[in-house]
Design a protein around this ligand. Structure first.
Ligand SMILES: Cc1ncc(COP(=O)(O)O)c(C=O)c1O
Length: 433
């Protein structure tokens, strides 16, 4: 990499290194070089704020200093122009960052009293993952993930940032999270730094850790960190909150890892995309937590994050951030969200009923463990998954996804009344009918 280390980046690095040298060495080369410019255009623009004549702003204003916008576009929005048309700051609107931070605490009561960063706004989780890769992933670094993972990890970590994606079997023989496989996968690696992705509820499997599985996973990562391994743990919480069974962990493992050990940096990636059913809004958050990290360290990480955002998308959508902020203040929001949750839960319950009511299905396919999220998967016992997928399309007008030799069924997108037929079609297609 050719760019020299800017003094502003050097200052951030020094703050991080003084508090915890391990955190500095977890950063990628890009991550060490990036900074959010405190001088230059942004600083000069900030200095001119409120002046009688402010000719610093890189947007257009009308003769009354309101955003110069086209009425045909403004007519689509019922938010004030100022909450719609201007740029949002690179790390996100201060109000949405604060509000998401408060909501994180409500949704994860275990965070109470723990020191974590403020959430930084990304252009939804994909960009959050990409920003995390920018900050922590060098060419040849290893990303450890269960073998059931969102395929876009290949493009983000593998193709774009040159990581080696190393997998381990997601489930053990008892149908639980395969802790032993993760332990072996870590032991097999010599690298001092590992990037570990934990995605619960999982895409594609729809599995979240049981409460009883959490302490052992934490213990495993702690033991690894205690031996000097540096772990950047990405908590991909895209489907957070959609847990449908008792005994399943309802908090993010960020709660357990954000203050676990100085050699563990927990990076929480989450957002309203799936939590609030706003897939096209493109708003997400990155939040950092590490034992012993001071507010100054978190500010340095947030600054680096903001720099990576400024260098890629500049800033996330202003109308989307404003709409979300307004919606979260609406007294109807909580009940509406509960209603959407109950709809997805009722589909989950219906699938469990269908599988129990049709023991004959077990001759053709078995479900992988699932208890949460948008999806469930089936492993076929005799038939070829791609052939079955084609048969479903051509003979039964039914679409499912074939990945890694299993079929993924998105019950999030299937009306409840069609679920019975979906599984009957699948059974028939497995017989070649
Ligand atoms: C596990 C996982 N992480 C991240 C994402 C990306 O979410 P977003 O649409 O917010 O970028 C998805 C989307 O399908 C996902 O399944």
């Amino acid at each position: 990499m050719s760019a020299k280390l800017d003094p502003q980046a050097a200052t951030l690095n020094q703050v991080i290194e003084t508090a915890n040298p391990a955190l500095l060495s977890m950063l990628s080369e890009r991550g060490r070089k990036i900074y959010f410019p405190k001088m230059g255009i942004l600083a000069q623009s900030a200095e001119a704020r409120g002046k009688e004549i402010n000719a610093t702003i890189g947007t257009a204003l009308d003769e009354n200093a309101a955003p110069l916008c086209l009425p045909s576009i403004a007519a689509q929005m019922n938010l004030p122009k100022g909450a719609t048309f201007p740029y949002a700051p690179s790390p996100g609107l201060p109000e949405i960052r604060e509000q998401w931070g408060k909501m994180l605490l409500q949704k994860n009561p275990g965070l109470a009293g723990k020191l974590i960063s403020q959430p930084v706004v990304s252009c939804a989780l994909t960009h959050g993952l990409s920003t995390a890769a920018y900050l922590f992933c060098d060419e040849g670094d290893v990303l450890l993930t269960p073998d059931l993972y969102w395929e876009n990890y290949d493009l983000i970590f593998g193709v774009s940032f040159g990581a080696e994606i190393a997998t381990y079997p997601a489930f053990n023989a008892q149908g639980g999270f395969n802790l032993e496989a993760l332990r072996q996968a870590m032991a097999a690696r010599k690298e001092q730094k590992l990037i570990i992705s934990l995605n619960f509820p999982n895409n594609p499997a729809g599995y979240t850790l049981l409460e009883q599985e959490v302490p052992a996973l934490k213990q495993l990562l702690l033991a690894e960190a205690a031996q000097g391994r540096q772990l950047v743990v990405l908590l991909d919480d895209a489907y957070f909150g959609l847990v449908f069974e008792k005994g399943v962990y309802t908090q993010s493992m960020f709660v357990d890892l954000c203050d676990a050990h100085p050699n563990i940096l927990a990076v929480k990636l989450d957002g309203p995309t799936k939590e609030d059913y706003v897939w096209g809004f493109r708003v997400g958050f990155l939040t950092f937590g590490s034992r012993g990290a001071t507010p100054a360290v978190y500010q340095a990480l947030e600054g680096k994050c903001a720099g990576a955002i400024r260098a890629s998308i500049s800033n996330a959508s202003m109308p989307a951030q404003s709409m979300l902020l307004a919606a979260w203040k609406n007294p109807a929001y909580a009940a509406e969200k509960q209603q959407a949750y109950e709809l997805l839960q009722s589909r989950y319950t219906e699938i469990k009923r269908i599988l129990a009511a049709h023991p004959e299905y077990q001759t053709a396919f078995e479900p992988l463990p699932f208890n949460s999220g948008y999806f469930m998967c089936v492993r076929l016992k005799n038939a070829d998954p791609e052939k079955v997928r084609q048969t479903l399309l051509t003979k039964h007008s039914t679409g499912v996804i074939n990945l890694c030799g299993i079929l993924r069924i998105a019950f999030s997108a299937t009306p409840t009344a069609k679920l019975e037929k979906l599984f009957a079609n699948l059974f028939a297609a497995c017989q070649g009918e």
